[in-house]
Design a protein around this ligand. Structure first.
Ligand code: S3P
Ligand code: PEP
Length: 403
């Protein structure tokens, strides 16, 4: 379904949106709930990715298809490989079959797992025969995707002797690792993380425990962009807290530079556009916040300011090659943009082309990142339904903030 958006004659109303729980926290906690069944979870994400993971964990079928859900693919690989009675083929969408998984598979094999590639070496589908993993030390690259490391950390307390992971190279997307470690610690699992080494101690059971998932900060980014592009917009988003496990909460600091002031309320945040804000070109290293790169690039384009975004080497192996996709679609709108395999450079564009059809490449974040431009120019979003991967009610919520 293609969607035509035009909010050029509308203004933002002072209203509130309740965004569903963080996809990253939810996916970790659902795996941990299998290890510790007395864990109670509240405000879980209603995203397709989380539903895929949940369904996979209760599936009785010998083939599990997790669609486009990368985190679910990685976490379930480790989960099934360490569960002695499982015999499963784990597969996903055609894009998932192009997203590398060798680093994780090799680490699991080193620990004693039985995993074979059904089609192409290094990529899903995977044939997994679950086993008791007896080894307790493993080395792996830390500079390709943090998801491989989180996948091992999540099963680590269930291994007889726990697990020590030695990471090689510069650790990428580190806040996601910190999130995994903090959630383990919240459940009483002992973790020692020193530099390139993370050691998790074994744990068989936990005290009764309820965890309420904070709402998703990556989803909030699209509303930050909208407020930044508005004249004098103000919006309330819930449920967000000052102490967040999500690295994308850095939005508060980043969007301050685009004239958006965030204030914390009891159960959420208020975003407010600062009047007559003096905009400057921006340089940001997003190695810790890869998922908001698209939002930020489009905000800068909409504001007519230049940006240099670095630390983006993981973008090429996500739902699509996000650097190429951004270059293609921003160029159609009239941007002067240059990308390398790990950075994006945008010149200040004084004008933008209206009525452009934005391709979304099966990537939810392409659709949502470009949508806020509709406050400036009429725009069309191809295959708008892709948003459900992380944000089921995005279009409804977007429409609800305009008068
Ligand atoms: O662990 C997680 O929940 C995630 C880690 C990040 O991936 P990489 O570590 O591959 O950058 C991020 O992009 C993804 O959306 C979610
Ligand atoms: C990269 C993402 O997800 P995943 O890797 O879990 O598919 C994302 O949500 O932006």
């Amino acid at each position: 379904m293609d969607l035509s958006l035009d909010y050029t004659n509308k203004s933002l109303k002072k209203t509130g949106i309740i965004i569903s729980g963080s996809k990253s926290e939810s996916n970790r906690l659902l795996i941990l709930q299998k290890l510790f069944p007395n864990l109670v979870l509240e405000n879980l994400s209603d995203s397709d990715d989380t539903i895929h993971l949940k369904d996979a964990l209760t599936s009785e079928s010998d083939t599990v298809n997790i669609g486009h859900a990368g985190t679910a693919m990685r976490f379930l690989t480790a989960y099934f490989a360490s569960k002695p009675d499982s015999h499963i083929v784990l597969t996903g969408s055609s894009r998932m079959q192009e997203r590398p998984i060798q680093i994780l598979v090799n680490a699991l094999r080193d620990l004693g797992a039985s995993i074979n590639y059904a089609n192409n070496d290094g990529f899903p589908p995977l044939k997994i025969t679950g086993k008791t993993l007896e080894k307790q030390k493993v080395k792996m690259k830390g500079n390709v995707s943090s998801q491989y490391i989180s996948a091992l950390l999540l099963i680590a307390p269930s291994l007889e002797n726990g697990l020590e992971i030695e990471l090689e190279g510069e650790i990428t997307s580190a806040p996601y690792l910190q999130m995994t470690v903090t959630l383990l610690e919240k459940l009483g699992v002992k973790v020692d993380w020193k530099g390139q080494s993370i050691k998790v101690y074994p744990k068989n059971n936990i005290d009764n425990c309820t965890i309420t998932v904070e709402s998703d900060w990556s989803s909030a980014s699209y509303f930050y962009s909208l407020v930044a592009l508005s004249q004098n917009g103000e919006l309330n988003l819930s449920a967000y807290f000052k102490e967040s496990l999500q690295g994308d909460s850095r939005l508060v600091e980043i969007y301050r530079a685009f004239g958006v002031e965030t204030t914390y309320q009891e159960n959420g945040i208020t975003l407010k556009k600062i009047k007559d804000f003096d905009l400057q070109p921006i340089s940001l290293n997003l190695i810790e916040q890869p998922d908001i790169a698209q939002t930020i690039a489009v905000t800068c384009f909409g504001l007519g300011i230049a940006c240099d975004l670095t630390g983006l080497h993981t973008l090429k192996i996500k739902e699509t090659d996000r650097l190429e996709a951004l270059k293609n679609e921003l160029s159609k709108l009239g941007a002067e943009i240059f990308v390398t395999d790990k950075s994006l450079h945008l010149k200040a564009s004084p004008q933008m082309n209206a009525d452009v059809l934005i391709k979304t490449y099966n990537d939810h974040r392409m659709a949502m990142a470009f949508a806020p431009l509709a406050i400036k120019i009429p725009i069309q979003i191809q295959d708008a339904e892709v948003v459900s991967k992380s944000y089921k009610h995005f279009w409804r919520d977007l429409d609800s903030v305009f008068t």
